[in-house]
Design a protein around this ligand. Structure first.
Ligand SMILES: Cc1ncc(COP(=O)(O)O)c(C=O)c1O
Length: 470
């Protein structure tokens, strides 16, 4: 049902024709996750709030509308005005939809790291997209923060800034919360959602707790995000978790924040898509993974609702690509896989590595003590994310560098390191490793998205030898 119409055109009276696409934002359906409940032995009612049915396909249509309406009321947006926001994601789509209807021009600023489809998607809505180099520091005039700042001033534009705008949580307090209350007949007992700007969880929590303070509100969170006690180090799930606390962060409203790994998020997204026929992305998978844990503890009469923020369509080349998943060590492709090669190596020590600031001498000492010829160079300390691998050092390259200039020994390895080792997933085929080692001295094995070990030709030889000895 369209959200009613207050159309002045009498021909629409008595019809269910929405006046504009804006009237179709919100009022998203709730659906029971029956098959997932059966598979996980869940007794209570577990239901999903389907934010994919918003016109832009995500929960972000709600705050986009609320932020623009508030800016109009406050005189921050004049007819024909411009909106500038650094975003590549769902908020951009929501803003572009509302801007199209209300006659504003949108400029979205993003880095060149963003997938080309995301640029095309926003341009399709008539938005202007400015792409900035990712490889410059934030204070550089070319950085995407600085470009967004400059364009806001130059175009006398309105900058919604969803991370600080109180109308972001307000949108959910006004719409998502009341919808959930009405759709469950006031019987919702638990609400589970991911948190990025925290607009969704905080706004919804405010409304639900005002109606019944006993309702439990639980955030699912990437295990590396600060919300669940992580350090904010890199992770792969998109759109949720942060390395800082946004304005809407309100821990007094959250009964629990459950850390979920990339692996569990992605595998749950695939399970929900396959089992329920509901295509969800990694962050939706993360929220469902948290909701499953909550639902398992809930009583049989409880109603647990999990919010799915967007569709899996935006993640087909990652979460739903078997090769991508296998390369990060999230999927097992075969029986005789890299894990079996590592097993034949016996008591392998945990990942040997150097930090970029370690000296070349440190690297050589570590190689010599462990009888290895390559080391990955990783930022921080274990457990590393794949994104924290900065490069690699190779015995032969170091030898050449030192022979040219003996002072290299006391230099940091980041001055002499080579490119990163090619990666292979722990569940990928041994034959793939054989192929890859034709052009590389060693491979970096990933498991659960994290570097696990370095694999060399010698490891493969040992493996084949053990196999042939039966
Ligand atoms: C893609 C995406 N963006 C954003 C969010 C977070 O919403 P909010 O910014 O309201 O906290 C989510 C939540 O799961 C999400 O999946």
């Amino acid at each position: 049902m369209a959200r009613g119409n207050d159309a002045s055109d009498p021909r629409l009276h008595g019809t269910d024709i929405a006046e504009s696409v804006i009237d179709l934002i919100g009022n998203t359906p709730l659906v029971r996750l029956k098959r997932i409940s059966e598979l996980h032995g869940i007794q209570c009612v577990l239901a999903m709030k389907m934010e994919t049915t918003n016109p832009g396909g995500s929960a972000k249509d709600r705050p986009a509308l609320e932020m623009i309406l508030a800016a109009e009321r406050e005189g921050l947006l004049q007819p024909g005005g411009t909106i500038v926001e650094p975003t590549s994601g769902n908020t951009g789509v929501g803003l572009a939809i509302v801007a199209a209807q209300r006659g504003y021009h949108c400029v979205f600023v993003m880095t060149d790291k963003v997938a080309p489809e995301k640029v095309s998607l926003l341009r399709a809505y008539g938005a202007e997209v400015v792409v900035c180099p990712v490889a410059v520091p934030p204070e550089d005039p070319q950085s995407y923060y600085k470009v967004a700042e400059r364009l806001t001033v130059e175009r006398q534009a309105f900058r919604p800034n969803q991370y600080a705008n109180p109308n972001n949580p307000l949108a959910h307090e006004r719409t998502t919360g009341p919808e959930l209350w009405a759709q469950t007949g006031g019987r919702i007992t638990h609400f589970v959602a991911g948190a990025g700007t925290c607009g969704t969880i905080t706004g919804t929590a405010r409304y639900l707790k005002s109606m019944n303070p006993a309702i439990k509100v639980i955030a699912g969170d990437p295990d590396a995000s600060v919300f669940s006690g992580g350090s904010g180090r890199p992770y792969l799930v998109e759109g949720v978790g942060e390395d800082f606390y946004p304005a809407a962060w309100a821990p007094e409203l959250y009964d629990d924040v459950i850390p979920i790994s990339d692996e569990e998020s992605f595998l749950t997204a695939r399970e929900v898509s396959r089992e329920e026929g509901i295509l969800i992305g990694g962050s939706g998978g993360m929220a469902v993974a948290a909701a499953i844990k909550v639902a398992k503890q809930a009583g049989p009469d409880d109603i647990v609702v999990v919010l799915n923020p967007d569709s899996g369509r935006g993640y087909l080349s990652r979460v739903f690509d078997d090769a991508w998943m296998a390369n990060f060590g999230f999927l097992r492709e075969c029986d005789e896989c890299i894990a079996a090669v590592l097993d034949t190596r016996g008591d392998t020590p945990s990942l040997l590595y150097v930090n970029p600031s370690h000296t070349v001498r440190d690297a050589i000492d570590l190689m010599r003590a462990n009888g290895v010829s390559q080391l990955p160079v990783c930022k921080n300390t274990p457990p590393f994310a794949a994104a924290e691998v900065a490069g690699a050092v190779d015995e032969l390259d170091l030898l050449e560098a030192i022979a040219r200039d003996a002072s290299t020994l006391s230099q940091p390895v980041e001055h002499v390191m080579g490119p990163k080792l090619p990666t292979i997933g722990v569940g990928q085929k041994v034959s793939l490793a054989v192929e890859m080692l034709d052009g590389a001295p060693a491979l970096l094995v990933l498991a659960g998205g994290r570097p696990l070990s370095v694999l060399t030709r010698t490891d493969l030889l040992t493996y084949f030898e053990v196999l042939s000895n039966g």
